[in-house]
Ligand binder design. Structure first.
Ligand code: ADP
Ligand code: MG
Length: 271
């Protein structure tokens, strides 16, 4: 079991690649409908980290991510990436939502190639990336179809391919695999992990599956009930295991089970 004391090593430092400083969010502030979604939060992590956020439904996970994506201005506090304050969305941050948000008027291939096109990458490079990612998510044969011709799971895989084809420095994923069947989900977990390692990407990943968080993350951030705050930051060793990752074997191991139970008991308030 990793040492809980190691948590302090991840504390907010000047060097943090991603920094949330005193970030809080109240929706409809100053009105009768005011909802405090996020308590003042300080959170920082390094380039190359794979941070998984878990917590009860409605605790402010999506809210926190939206401030980093640049879609939501915090009520107080600042968010920065690489020392630059976030003021809006940008191509350095790829986002995959809970529900696939595709361009319905574009083909599968054009959806996947959107980021590289916006970046003005040469045609050959764009095509190579689109082909690679559509093949990775099993949609290459559907490249000339339109989103409405795909099932929900396929649309979600396309949204993931579109984000990864852009090879963002920072990838933000909000329960991206929730709509996928178990087999596809494990395959996508492995794909994501491979690209994360190869590209040295930084990933912020929200999931309601503690199993998924402990397996994928270099760290699991556990949030409290709304208005959410960070309850615990638990380093997880499994993401950086060298060599072949045998999912079944890792998840059945005593150290994996113990860490999963630790996170679960924190969520259930027993920790
Ligand atoms: P989570 O992703 O952890 O399930 P959210 O960040 O989506 O939680 O929401 C946190 C709280 O803020 C919830 O109580 C939710 O109802 C509320 N909320 C989320 N978005 C809005 C909004 N646009 N307007 C008002 N309240 C919102
Ligand atoms: Mg959410």
């Amino acid at each position: 079991m990793p040492d809980q004391g190691a948590v302090t090593a991840h504390a907010l430092t000047k060097a943090s690649f991603v920094r949330f400083e005193g970030v809080s969010v109240t929706y409809n502030a100053g009105t009768a409908q005011a909802t405090a979604a996020l308590s003042p939060t300080d959170l920082g992590f390094a380039q190359g980290d794979f941070v998984c956020i878990v917590g009860p439904s409605g605790c402010g996970k999506t809210t926190l991510m939206q401030t980093l994506a640049g879609f939501l201005k915090p009520t107080a506090g600042t968010v920065s990436v690489g020392g630059v304050a976030v003021t809006g969305p940008g191509p350095d941050r790829g986002v995959v939502f809970q529900q696939a948000a595709l361009f319905p008027w574009k083909t599968v291939a054009a959806n996947a190639g959107f980021g590289p096109t916006m970046r003005g990458l040469p045609r050959a490079e764009r095509q190579a990336r689109v082909e690679y990612w559509l093949r990775s998510v099993g949609l290459w044969d559907f490249r000339d179809r339109y989103p409405y011709q795909l099932s929900g799971g396929m649309q979600q895989r396309l949204a993931i391919a579109r984000a990864l084809a852009n090879e963002p420095e920072l990838l933000l994923m909000d329960e991206p695999f929730g709509a996928l069947d178990a087999l596809t989900r494990e395959k996508m977990q492995e794909e994501l992990h491979t690209v994360w390692k190869r590209r040295g990407m930084t990933v912020l990943f929200i999931t309601h599956s503690v199993d998924e968080a402990v397996f994928l993350g270099t760290e699991v951030v556990v949030m409290s009930q709304r208005p959410g705050r960070v309850l615990a930051r638990i380093p997880s060793p499994f993401a950086r295991l060298a060599g072949e990752r045998d999912i079944r074997r890792i998840k059945a191991g005593a150290d994996f089970v113990a860490l999963r139970e630790q996170v679960l008991s924190l969520i259930w308030g027993e920790g």
